[in-house]
Design a protein around this ligand. Sequence first.
Ligand code: ZN
Length: 106
Amino acid sequence: MVGPVPDGLELDHLCRNRYCVNPHHLEAVSHRTTVLRGFIPPKLMYNQAVQIVLRRMRDEKGSVISRGYGVGGNAVCDIMKAKSWKGARIDAAFLLALEQEPEVEC
Ligand SMILES: [Zn+2]
């Protein structure tokens, strides 16, 4: 997340790595959501959401992926539509670009 935090919301750090400074790992959510996320263990961790996006970008079927992670197909859909784990698509696209970058000799 880049920009001011909307009124009434607070920042949640999606990857749970306290030393991370990646702004795309921040999501502005209500205090209620922050509290709930603290109590309810998430079905997916941030790095798994990134892996899901990568697998979808490589044309793997959503149903196969969701089964592998023990989540419903809607979870994969929500990640791909950036309804959840918003930064995951950006990180996956970055990883994919790195993989496809030709070797550079110096
Ligand atoms: Zn992070």
